[in-house]
Design a protein around this ligand. Structure first.
Ligand code: 5RP
Length: 236
C-alpha cells in the first residue's frame, strides 16, 4: 500500500496508521474527508479484511463513503447509528491548543456534525498544518445559495469589527461554477490571515442568517497524531 510514497503522503500514511491503533473491534466510527483521512480509511479496510474486525463507519462525504465501501468498511448513516465511539479526521490547520480550521475539502458541515456526535475525535495531520495562531488557511464557511451575495456582504461587514488581519471573502468555485457541498450549499473562504479570537468569530459567524456552519473546530479534538516524512509519529 505504501510503495514509493512521496514524503508528504508518507507523513499522512504513518499518522493514519498510528491513529487506527485506537480502533477496537465493534466500534462505530466517524470517517473524515480528505487525502489524510483517505489513508485512514484504507488502513481500516486492512483491519476489516486481514484481522476480521467489525467496524461500522459513518462517512462525512460521498467520496469517503465510496472509498470505505471499496475497501470493505460497512457504511451506515448517522441516523442509523445515532452516536459514535470515535471520529478520525484530517485538518487544514492546528494550533497548540488543538483548535482547528477544517473544510478545505468542503465537508466541514458533516465533519462537525459527526465529530460532535462522537465520544472522541482524533485528528491526523502532518507538520505543514501546524500554526501558532489559526487563520493562515482561508476559513471555510458553508452558506445557503439563496441570497449568498447578501450573506457574503454581511460577513465582510461583521469582520470589520473583529480582531483579524484580512477581511475578504471569496466564493469557492468548482471550474466556473460555485462549488457545492454534499448538502448542496456554497462555501465562502474567508481570508483572515490571523484569527485572534476564534471562539468569538465562530459564534458571530453562526448568528448570521444564511450561514450554516463554519470551519473552526474548537475544543473538539481530543488527540492529535502528527506523522513525519521520516516515518516517525508524535501523539499529543
Ligand atoms: C475536508 C477537510 C480535510 O480534513 C482537510 O481539508 C485536510 O485535507 P487533507 O488531508 O487532504 O490535507 O477538512 O473538509
Amino acid at each position: 500500500m505504501t510503495a514509493e510514497l512521496s514524503p508528504i503522503d508518507k507523513a499522512k500514511y504513518v499518522a493514519a496508521r498510528r491513529a487506527v491503533e485506537f480502533v477496537e473491534d465493534g466500534m462505530r466510527l466517524g470517517l473524515g474527508t480528505g487525502s489524510t483521512a483517505a489513508w485512514m480509511v484504507r488502513c481500516l479496510g486492512e483491519l476489516v479484511r486481514e484481522e476480521g474486525m467489525m467496524i461500522t463507519g459513518v462517512a462525512t462525504s460521498t467520496r469517503t463513503a465510496d472509498l470505505a465501501r471499496e475497501v470493505g468498511v460497512t457504511i451506515k448513516t448517522l441516523d442509523e447509528v445515532r452516536w459514535l465511539d470515535l471520529t478520525i479526521d484530517g485538518t487544514d490547520e492546528y494550533d497548540p491548543n488543538l483548535n482547528l480550521i477544517k473544510g478545505g475539502g468542503g465537508a466541514l458541515l458533516h465533519e462537525k456534525v459527526v465529530a460532535t456526535a462522537s465520544d472522541q475525535m482524533i485528528v491526523i495531520a502532518d507538520p505543514t498544518k501546524q500554526v501558532d495562531t489559526l487563520g493562515a488557511f482561508p476559513l471555510p464557511v458553508e452558506i445557503i445559495p439563496f441570497g449568498w451575495q447578501t450573506t457574503k456582504a454581511l460577513i465582510e461587514e461583521m469582520l470589520s469589527n473583529l480582531d483579524v488581519l484580512g477581511r475578504s471573502a471569496s466564493l469557492r468555485l468548482s471550474g466556473t461554477e460555485p462549488f457545492r457541498s454534499d448538502e448542496g450549499n456554497y462555501i465562502l473562504d474567508l481570508h483572515l490571515r490571523r484569527i485572534a479570537q476564534p471562539a468569538q468569530l465562530s459564534l458571530v459567524l453562526n448568528q448570521i442568517p444564511g450561514v450554516v456552519e463554519n470551519g473552526l473546530f474548537l475544543d473538539i479534538c481530543d488527540v492529535l497524531v502528527i506523522g513525519n516524512a521520516d516515518g516517525t509519529v508524535e501523539v499529543r
